[in-house]
Design a protein around this ligand. Structure first.
Ligand code: PMP
Ligand code: GLN
Length: 387
């Protein structure tokens, strides 16, 4: 008998929904509101800095932890926005996107049998990364449409085997920005159980209506047990550059670095100095991005509501979740697989991010980081599906 090919830990996962749906978008020439990536470029200075880095010969392996100016820029960013004093030499590690930071952090900290508490719907790489480490996920549901936390369910997810809470705020795919009191509760439970808090803050600058992003590491008593992950992809609209980072106490960053040495060793050479330039840009650049996305959110939310879909209005990220039941959806995955053909639009079924598939059966996530005319056309097409 031959053994099935492939790592058995990954057997439940298959191809990611983003790969599947982006391929369908290309195949059918559909508007891709599935995988989240902007259809316009970010700040010109950042793009020019990457070109200058290539022309300037920065095309070989960068140093393992990251290039010094990016490490310094990340530390300065944490100070500027959150008042954190971070040592760029020992408390920051540059990674190949937040994706590598998530994987290396989990492989670095989680041993087989350890439990990881996370909220569902969860970003897909969390489940796969936990599985690769031999850990067990303990999902706590956030329920459509207000995504509140059920305190009893959260408490029940913790045990003496909890190694880590994996938090994502602002949260993909719901657009929830966790409040101070929610984060305080999560942190109190983490402290009580001696668990690490790993906080994925890639959408830290994408918040709306004055919703405040809270950096977990900046809360009293949390620096010593928190690893913070972020990425240039969202902030500078450079998702293809794959520059991410993790920061936290030196010993924990060193455990992550130990893994990163053998996943990619280093990455994104000339893009690292360019991201350093981006992190140093003025507040108006950050505010401008959020304001532009808030307008797009308003456009898409209003249009989806007009089309008769119940919508959870996001406070952050560039995603919105709608209930597609009024368009005849009974199974979100099947609905999204048909949508490119039926309507020329691509969305992502929320159930693939959930253990409890029933609760999210007809929910679909749409990305709004697209030009207004693209969003308007997408909604025209979706509205045409109304019975
Ligand atoms: N975490 C979340 C919540 C995300 O939405 C993304 C987007 N891809 C990532 C991590 C991965 O970021 P990157 O593209 O920098 O690897
Ligand atoms: N973070 C983006 C999303 O959630 C892209 C995902 C990916 O490319 N793996 O759509």
């Amino acid at each position: 008998m031959t053994r099935p090919l492939g790592n058995s830990a990954l057997a439940p996962f298959g191809a990611t929904i983003f790969a599947e749906m982006s391929a369908l978008a290309v195949q059918h020439g559909a508007i891709n509101l599935g995988q989240g990536f902007p259809d316009t470029d970010g700040p010109r200075e950042v793009l020019e800095a990457a070109k200058a880095a290539i022309d300037g010969g920065r095309n070989q392996y960068p140093p393992g932890p990251g290039v010094p100016e990016l490490l310094g820029a990340i530390a300065a960013h944490q100070k500027r926005f959150y008042g954190l004093e971070v040592d760029p030499r020992s408390e920051v590690l540059v990674t190949v996107g937040a994706t590598e930071a998530i994987l290396a952090t989990i492989l670095g900290l989680v041993a087989p049998g350890d439990e990881v508490v996370t909220f569902e719907p969860y970003y897909d790489s969390y489940a796969a990364s936990i599985a690769l480490a031999g850990g067990e996920r303990r999902p706590v549901p956030l329920r459509f449409p207000d995504w509140h936390i059920d305190e009893a369910a959260l408490r029940a997810a913790f045990s003496d085997r909890t190694r880590m809470v994996l938090l994502n705020t602002p949260h993909n795919p719901t657009g929830k920005v966790f409040s101070r009191s929610e984060i305080d509760l999560i942190c109190a439970l983490a402290r009580e159980h001696g668990a690490w808090v790993v906080t994925d803050e890639v959408y830290e600058h994408l918040t709306f209506d004055g919703a405040e992003h809270i950096a977990v590491a900046s809360l009293p008593g949390m620096w010593d047990r928190t690893l913070t992950i972020s990425s240039a992809g969202k902030t500078f609209s450079t998702t293809g550059w794959k520059v991410g980072w993790v920061s936290g106490p030196a010993e924990a960053v060193s455990a992550v670095r130990a893994v990163k040495q053998f996943t990619t060793f280093v990455g994104s050479g000339p893009f690292q100095p360019a991201v350093a330039v981006g992190l140093g840009l003025g507040d108006e650049v950050y505010a401008g991005l959020a304001a532009s996305l808030q307008g797009k959110r308003d456009l898409l939310v209003a249009a989806l509501q007009e089309a008769g879909l119940p919508v959870a209005v996001p406070q952050g990220t560039y995603f919105v979740i709608a209930d597609a039941a009024p368009l005849g959806a009974s199974d979100g995955l099947a609905f999204c697989r048909e949508l490119p053909v039926r309507a020329g639009v691509v969305g992502v079924p929320v159930s693939v991010f959930c253990d409890d598939k029933e609760a999210s059966r007809t929910l679909v996530r749409f990305a709004f980081c697209k030009r207004d005319e693209v969003l308007e056309e997408a909604v025209r097409r979706l509205s045409a599906l109304r019975p």
